[in-house]
Write a protein that binds this ligand. Structure first.
Ligand SMILES: Cc1ncc(COP(=O)(O)O)c(C=O)c1O
Length: 468
């Protein structure tokens, strides 16, 4: 693209595109990156500048950009049909993909309900759970109309998924629109919500679950959890056994267990699904992001036969789940997903990933040398580096210093795209990233953090010195 056209497109982007999760006033004044193409772990902007895609294009890319097998599968499907509805009709790729998904899902989830993104996949699971209990004969039991949710949870941006979210920055504004839930304090070992220091842990977060289920277990339809790791909270990893303990409580109290594998699914944590780390079998599971290898919008809510059979009724009005999106089960997206899963099989992606995970672990050790790194945590090929003003006391930087954002901007200058979650810098490359690129990602992130922290500290001490 010539530079005149590149500039024109940048102008159009600034003039017309309202970017999600982006402070637009700031964006209007910032240098932009408008992506034109990608290959492997790299993306290229309209000026031909290349950047390492350290966010896997928002946690979705699995096998790299422009993978021939997926390109070919989508092109072949385009020659047949681009879209037909799943409302009362089937289509070939959605049937083939449903078989594959139910084959790899943990437990016995044989039913696949398609939608288009992670928020709707979670929303569908919540509505299914609600209707499931509504249809059950009461037989003296209390109505199950509540949901357990976790602090710091993120399940998407539709009002249902916001209702079970727990990140104030994202969710507080919409609180009046949300439905009633029972909030449970989620574990965050680096900043224990129960005030415990390292070495003092008495598994208080397990006790919190016991108490919550003891009190509300007979009133809740379901509990929704990001299994093993809360992604948007800043890659906050749960203590070992926590998910299994939750599963036990859900079974004991008859509460449906919804695993939101939107971020963790399709190899991200080193297993196909994060539930596998603890041998947990959910009743409902939401998947999206990596399902198509990062190609096209597609999501699915998987359900056990038991949940599905709860909806069967000879009266059509009673036996219908009244939810469905226009592009549900889109054939192009399903064809991409099938091709992606075939690569998983052919290339033994999960097996091959293990050495990359170990390499990332080694690379993260170096970050701990940096004074402003409080914790560098990792599960699979997802890492969160939490930046702090004081390592000893774990005191955060003032929010307005925006040190995480600044570190990401420094990384951009060095040709690497990473995104912060508050003051946690997230490294989430495509699963197929090469060793050299993984090293580059770590090296640039290290330097970017060092520079951003130095600048923020310097500005802070200057402000302290200047007269009020
Ligand atoms: C665990 C989890 N659930 C749901 C979502 C929402 O997905 P989407 O952005 O596709 O709506 C996300 C997005 O980051 C997520 O991490």
């Amino acid at each position: 693209m010539d530079s005149k056209e590149a500039k024109r497109i940048e102008e159009l982007d600034k003039r017309h595109v309202w970017h999600p999760f982006t402070p637009m006033l700031e964006y209007e004044g910032m240098p932009q990156i408008v992506v034109e193409s990608g290959k492997g772990s790299w993306i290229t902007d309209v000026h031909g500048r290349r950047y390492l895609d350290g966010t896997a294009s928002l946690w979705v890319n699995v096998h790299g950009h422009c993978r021939k097998e997926i390109d070919d599968a989508v092109a072949a499907q385009l020659g047949r049909i681009a879209h037909s509805t799943l409302l009362g009709l089937g289509n070939v790729p959605s049937a083939l993909l449903a078989e594959k998904l139910s084959g790899i899902a943990p437990g016995r989830m044989r039913k696949v309900f398609y939608s288009d993104n992670g928020s709707t996949a979670a929303e569908v699971a919540l509505k299914m759970a609600f209707q499931f209990w509504k249809r059950r004969p009461a037989r003296g039991r209390k109505k199950r109309e509540l949901f357990f949710r976790f602090t710091n949870a993120y399940h998407g941006d539709t009002i249902g998924s916001v209702s079970v979210g727990g990140i104030d920055l994202f969710h507080a504004a919409f609180e009046p629109l949300t439905f009633r839930t029972v909030s449970v304090r989620a574990p965050y070992c680096y900043r224990c919500p129960f005030g415990k220091k390292d070495g003092q842990c008495g598994k208080e977060c397990f006790g919190e679950l016991d108490r919550a289920f003891g009190k509300w277990g007979d009133r809740c339809a379901a509990v929704i959890i990001e299994p093993v790791v809360q992604g948007a909270a800043g890659i906050v990893i749960q203590p070992s056994g926590y998910l299994k303990h939750l599963e036990g409580l859900a079974r004991k109290h008859g509460v449906l267990l919804i695993a939101d594998e939107v971020a963790t699914g399709f190899g991200r944590t080193g297993r196909m699904f994060a539930c596998e780390h603890e041998g947990v079998e959910p009743d409902l599971m939401a998947v999206a992001k990596g399902i198509t290898g990062g190609y096209l919008p597609l999501a699915a809510t998987l359900a056990t036969d038991e949940v599905y059979e709860g909806f069967l009724d000879s009266n059509p009005a009673e036996g219908t789940f009244f939810h469905g999106h226009t592009y549900t089960g889109n054939p192009l997206a399903c064809a991409a997903a099938i091709a992606s899963l075939e690569i998983f099989e052919k290339e033994k992606t999960i097996e091959m990933l293990q050495h990359r995970i170990n390499r990332l672990a080694r690379l993260l050790e170096k970050f701990r040398e940096l004074e402003c790194v409080g914790e560098a945590r990792q599960i699979g090929l997802m890492a969160g580096i939490e930046l702090v003003a004081d390592r000893e006391s774990r005191k955060p930087f003032p929010r307005e210093a925006r040190v995480g954002f600044k570190a990401a901007m420094e990384a951009r200058k060095l040709g690497v795209i990473v995104r912060p979650l508050g003051d946690v810098l997230v490294l989430m490359p495509p699963l197929s990233i090469s060793n050299t690129d993984l090293e580059l990602l770590a090296d640039v992130s290290y330097r970017a953090i060092e520079t951003a922290c130095r600048k923020v500290m310097k500005a802070g001490s200057k402000a302290q010195r200047s007269p009020p």
